[in-house]
Write a protein that binds this ligand. Structure first.
Ligand code: NAD
Length: 245
């Protein structure tokens, strides 16, 4: 492990030598915007764990309860602002044309920070999808007037996110895999990398010969295998990557 300044200098050097860069973000990048992660402090809602609410079975059993939780998350996220980490990644995208941003987050903060092309492999909390006719629409209201919300066809809507046990959106996932397979550098930021298949992108990058940098406040299952484990918060580390050396 390197000190903050040495880590920043090393990553900047690797970035300037790389023809392509992929970035994988998780809930940790939004933690300092006040959005709780699933694991760690603040991860519980009432007495429920995310794994007990974000599943097709939970929704089938009690759609109102699952929607109450999502409605609470929408309200929390609506008051949050993108932080220095999101903003630095948007700036990196403007500077490096070969940058691909892949996020597990559903909060939309990368978009709000100005990132133009975000591969949302776990969907988007602001999209609703009809369980009857499958049509999708964007609804930015922080709190929905009626739970569960309904579609114009009368069907019940669900959040446009990927639940535990569900497949990932195929086109988005394929784009993420292609980007990671072809990248020379992968930055893994604020993710415990335990949710699969996304966690597997780290090994995929390494086996394809890329350098991998982890930016996280804590050790994770991938810390031991990456080329550089930078123990820092995203809001401290990422702005250092857009400073000149
Ligand atoms: P996770 O909750 O499993 O792990 C969060 C990681 O972030 C941890 O390793 C933690 O050490 C790290 N972290 C916390 N604060 C940090 C900071 N300031 N800087 C850097 N790292 C920090 O999250 P995950 O790996 O993304 O997986 C959980 C799943 O939960 C994902 O599928 C994601 O869709 C979903 N989720 C999304 C949001 C969101 O959209 N903001 C919030 C919670 C969970």
């Amino acid at each position: 492990m390197l000190s903050g300044q040495a880590a920043a200098a090393t990553v900047r050097e690797w970035m300037s030598a790389a023809a392509s860069i992929a970035v994988l973000t998780g809930a940790g990048i939004s933690a300092e915007s006040g959005i709780p992660t699933f694991r760690g402090p603040g991860g519980l809602w009432r007495t429920y764990r995310a794994e007990d609410l974000a599943t097709p079975q939970a929704f089938a059993r009690d759609p109102h309860l699952t929607w109450e939780w999502y409605d609470w998350r929408r309200a929390v996220i609506a008051t949050a602002e993108p932080n220095a980490g999101h903003l630095a990644l948007a700036e990196l995208e403007r500077r490096f044309h070969g940058l691909t941003l892949i996020t597990q987050n559903v909060d939309g903060l990368h978009d709000r920070a100005g990132s133009r092309r975000v591969l949302k492999v776990h969907g988007d909390l602001w999209i609703l999808r009809c369980t009857a006719c499958a049509s999708e629409w964007r609804d930015l209201r922080p709190s929905l007037p009626h739970l569960p919300p309904t579609c114009d066809c009368g069907g019940m809507a669900r959040p446009g996110v990927v639940w535990f046990g569900e497949g990932l959106p195929e086109e988005t996932w394929n784009s993420a895999v292609t980007a990671v397979r072809g990248t020379e550098l992968l930055l893994v930021i604020g993710t415990s990398a335990v949710v699969y298949p996304v966690g597997g992108l780290v090994q995929l990058a390494q086996s394809a010969g890329a350098k991998v940098v982890e930016i996280n406040v804590a050790e994770t299952p991938v810390s031991a295998m990456v080329d550089l484990a930078w123990r820092a918060s995203a809001t401290i580390a990422l702005p250092q990557l857009i400073q000149s050396a």
